[in-house]
Design a protein around this ligand. Structure first.
Ligand SMILES: Nc1ncnc2c1ncn2[C@@H]1O[C@H](COP(=O)(O)O)[C@@H](O)[C@H]1OP(=O)(O)O
Ligand SMILES: [Mg+2]
Ligand SMILES: [Mg+2]
Ligand SMILES: [Mg+2]
Length: 409
């Protein structure tokens, strides 16, 4: 009896243990384990106690800080544009950098460090030259220390002004992250299209957040684009675009939440509205945009691709990621950037924000082979060559023309 009852007790314990093991294995190995756990928890806990903070899941705070920081930086760049001496230097690769580039990078990095101190930042500029050129450094500091949003609450959200010139230099240098595929990495181009900025054409202040190499938040401040989303693309190109009435737009996007535009403004953020790429019913009627600089993308390849697609309208040329913003709001349709120099690696800060904004507005962005842009390979897009951005419905057709033109070379 005793032995029997001990056996039955043992087998009951064994059965219960096996059952518990099976249940825990099912939950812990299932790919939807956290989801199941939260569903389970929801049955036992009051909803409030298990809901995650909205900022954790929606990137609302990241978007807001990015938009305000970009807005504040554009104010500085606009001020610099009207200064006679813009402190223009030529970098090692012969590209220009100005007081505006350095100042905007310092202001944006300061805001990121105040709000998200653990995050990595990949910024285009560095302060080494300024540490040697004290005169230029102090010129930049004179402007940076005065740069404020007109709305005190918004300014406070950014964490306030930079305390000293040394802090300004250290902020600029904090953009020296090597980037990579893990964790939270911001990509910052304080002035994209510095040549456009200097000639009074298009330029953009660009900021994006990648989490584990995926772009989650993208913001583009374009001081010289019309606020009106329906303004024709031709009106966006050329010189002397500055300060005319109705100029200055801020594009923003969060992964899975769509893309928006709003007036750039000078203080509290203006009202935003959703933007969408235009539906292209006949590709021959599409408008395409490309770089002003023939050295940055192949005008001749792009013109052959357009011909192949039956496009007869001339291309619209403009500097910077303003091209991504312009097609995302439906002012243009395609953005083609075919490589000129085989050895040039595109930089992540030249594409991350625009890539997300276009995709969230209903577009597709790939390289010339049809691969998605890979932002997890460090400071450059070394896995990609060229950029093809188009509305989702016609991207495959455009890509086919790209491959055919490049393949025949
Ligand atoms: N050889 C090149 N090919 C492609 N892009 C380049 C090349 N040289 C510089 N760029 C970058 O192209 C961007 C401007 O693009 P766009 O011509 O479309 O306006 C700039 O960020 C510029 O970098 P940098 O900031 O170093 O000048
Ligand atoms: Mg750039
Ligand atoms: Mg730049
Ligand atoms: Mg540059």
């Amino acid at each position: 009896m005793f032995t029997l009852s001990k056996n039955s007790c043992l087998s009951t314990t064994l059965l219960v243990s096996l059952f518990v093991l099976a249940i825990s294995l099912f939950f812990t190995t299932s790919p939807t384990f956290p989801h199941r756990l939260s569903l389970l928890a929801r049955q036992f806990l009051p909803i409030r106690s298990i809901s995650t903070s909205p900022t954790m899941t929606t990137y609302a705070k990241e978007l807001r800080v990015a938009e305000l920081a970009v807005q504040r930086a554009t104010l500085l760049t606009k001020y610099v544009f009207h200064e006679k001496a813009k402190g223009t230097l030529s970098k090692d690769d012969a590209s220009p950098v100005t007081i505006g580039d350095f100042g905007a990078q310092a202001l944006i990095i300061q805001a990121i460090r105040k709000n998200f101190p653990q995050d990595e930042i990949v910024g285009e500029e560095e302060a080494a030259t300024l540490r040697e050129n004290k005169e230029l450094s102090s010129k930049i500091w004179t402007l940076v220390k005065e740069a404020r949003l007109s709305d005190a609450t918004a300014e406070e959200e950014l964490g306030g002004p930079i305390p000293s010139e040394e802090d300004m230099l250290s902020a600029i240098d904090a953009g020296n992250s090597a980037g990579g595929a893990k964790g939270r990495v911001w990509a910052l181009d304080p002035i994209d299209g510095t040549k456009g900025f200097l000639r009074g054409g298009q330029y953009a202040v660009c900021l994006a957040l990648m989490v584990d190499e995926d772009v989650k938040v993208g913001v583009l401040g374009c001081p010289n684009l019309p606020v009106d989303d329906s303004a024709s693309l031709d009106a966006h190109s050329g010189e002397n675009q500055t300060d005319a009435e109705g100029k200055g737009v801020l594009f923003g996007a969060v992964q899975g939440q769509g893309a928006t535009s709003r007036p750039l403004g000078i203080g509290a953020l203006g009202k935003s509205q959703p933007i969408h790429m235009k539906e292209v019913s006949s590709i021959a009627d599409a408008t395409f945009c490309e770089s002003v600089e023939a050295a940055h993308s192949s005008h001749s390849d792009q013109s052959q691709i357009a011909q192949k697609l039956g496009i007869t309208k001339p291309s619209v040329r403009m500097d910077s990621q303003a091209k991504y913003g312009s097609i995302a709001r439906g002012a243009g349709d395609l953005y083609l950037r075919l490589p000129v120099r085989k050895d040039y690696q595109e930089k992540i800060w030249d594409h991350a924000a625009g890539d997300l904004i276009v995709r969230e507005a209903g577009g597709e962005v790939t390289d010339a082979q049809g691969k998605r842009l890979d932002f997890g390979k460090g400071r450059t897009l070394r896995n990609n060559k060229g950029v093809v951005a188009a509305p989702r419905g016609v991207h495959a057709q455009v890509l086919e023309a790209v491959k055919s033109v490049l393949g025949s070379k």
